[in-house]
Design a protein. Structure first.
Length: 66
């Protein structure tokens, strides 16, 4: 997100403006953390599909873990 939209009513009170920025920043951190978690899970699922579960053996695997 490149711009912050602050309602005009908040610009009159500096403490509310600061609180609004903190909420906006926290929401961005939440979205980033959730996105990283989702990508990590997708990569784990791909690895299990290709190489099986960690420490598994078998010839039907398409790949192997390094």
């Amino acid at each position: 997100m490149t711009s912050t939209t602050t309602p005009s009513s908040l610009s009159l009170v500096p403490s509310l403006e600061t609180a609004w920025r903190d909420v906006d920043s926290s929401f961005e951190r939440f979205c980033l953390t959730a996105g990283i978690g989702a990508i990590e899970r997708m990569l784990q699922e791909d690895a299990e599909r290709l190489a099986g579960t960690p420490h598994s053996r078998g010839s039907d695997r398409a790949g192997r873990r390094l």
